[in-house]
Design a protein around this ligand. Sequence first.
Ligand code: PGA
Length: 296
Amino acid sequence: MQATLHQLKVFATVARHRSFTKAADELNITQPTVSSQVKHLANTLGLPLFEQIGKQLYLTEVGEALLGTCRDIFDRLENFEMQVADFKGMKRGKLRLAAVTTTKYFVPRLLGSFCATYPEIDISLQVINHQQLIQRMTENEDDLYILSNPPKDINLEVQKILENPLVVVAKSDHPLAEKHNISIQELNGESFISREAGSGTRRAIQELLNKHKVSVRVRLELGSNEAIKHAIAGGLGISVLSQHSLFAKELESELAILDVREFPIERYWYVAYLSSKQLSTIAQTFLEYLLEQSQF
Ligand code: PGA
């Protein structure tokens, strides 16, 4: 196959954006150049890589396969560059991480001290919900993933790193805030603020409520733990959040953790990577660093 690395890079950028215009912007070249590079590649293969339906650009089956191959090639080249830097006694390169939203209370801090030791490393950290993270995982977008509830149907190397207890949070003047040893049934009919569909926290809560046949009244759905805390403080209802998302000063003033018997829901955060992935030196170094900080 007579494809150049440049053509593969142009193709992969179009595929990522599903747009010739956006790829041209990102690569700082003209759109006709992008189109002609992709056309050359398709001619070499003898098969189309994209199909246009209405305004939407789709990858063909061979396009999907080529995109996977491009990811492997660019990963390996990037790893090689890092190895070269390593041979020269430098840790330099890029670390790609994706982490579920609740980890934002500890991952950036860990990254801070890691970067202080290795200042030449660039980091991209995607903070997203469980479902979005699984999507990135299946597309092999990142080096390492930090999440609760690692999927069973993807081949992963997984290590437990920290506890992630989920607790019931209410406004501090909520009638249940003073009570102890509350039964989960008492939450029946409570106004509830839920995370968005696709959230791992939401799923864990739903499973527990279903198990105990408790039905809450979902009054509001929000995609952020911070927004949920404000909504609780604003009197819109109760919610269940990772204990790590709560700060002492909030618990002293406007929020309270309810003493519900079936809580906290015991969960953990794990660091994971695809078993088929050849970790870069930097990803390996960060993984070791994370495991050193681990509680387990
Ligand atoms: P979430 O994930 O941000 O999708 O709720 C957190 C978790 O699964 O614990």
